[in-house]
Design a protein around this ligand. Sequence first.
Ligand code: CP
Length: 335
Amino acid sequence: MKRFIDLATLQRDEVLDLLALAQRLQDKPEPAALAGRILGLLFFDPSLRTLSSMQAGMARLGGQSVVISPGQGTWRLEWRDGAVMNGNAAEHVREGIPVLASYCDALGIRAFADGSNLAEDLSETRFMSMAELCEKPLINLESAMNHPCQALADWRTLDQLQVAPPARFVLSWVHHPRALPLAVPAATLTMAAQRGMEVVVLRPEGYALPEPLMAKARRLAEVSGGSVSETDDRAAAMAGAQVLYAKEWGSPLHYGDAEAEAALRARHSNWMVTEDWFAGARSDCHFMHCLPVRRNVAVADAVLDGARSVVRQEAHNRMVVQMAILHRLLARRTL
Ligand code: CP
């Protein structure tokens, strides 16, 4: 494996191999496996889990990491080709990324959606323009439409919970004060389809996920034996559900138009997960969320603090699976 950019590009046996390695590294730690290796972490956007779990995972394998957060003690970086750089950015990624990569053995990059042009963000224009500049192994730490480390951690969490396909997996839109990116819903949708779940996307009108993302999930479900559907009917979606995965995202209908999007979103402030959402679900229905989460806006305290919630387990699994990814990318093989 040279890059970890999109979980959906991995064959099922490759995913299972990574998950098995994650378990092996947990059972039998290898504190020197990455001795002498250096990971560069380029964070254009904020993080709690991704940054700390990558650094902790690298350290637990004996390696080290260098963190660059452009504009916070380092130069602001421009990424657009042909940009006239007379604004805040002092350096272009065309120099910055190859230089950083030359100091390191692998790079991880977090660069959210630009948020103004849906077609460009669906094409991953920003992330891929940077990926092309990196000749070293590369990890996607969240791009416009993907968060593969989160998806792999969530797959492991589902395995640990013994949620066996084709269990019903409801991915539900929930309210947030701002229009959030599509990366996590996209990655969650495709992960669940790839894993063979009966995936139901529950969302209010105006929040349907873009068709290219749904089509990708349907293609994965065809291979895995799962299915993908969508509805705005909460009771129908939750009937028999074994997992409710809540996520906030902005309306694709008003992409790049903050005012129109906010007006639409304000009509759905009652989309906050409360215990009564689970009335028709299986009694053991689990609650998932990638975090960070706004308590009592997106999800009620009682759900997050209750027995259904596995959000901390998901977050812990971030470090566990990322150690497997780092090991695959960077461990020296003995012939
Ligand atoms: N879930 C996740 O990626 O969390 P952070 O944004 O804190 O890294």
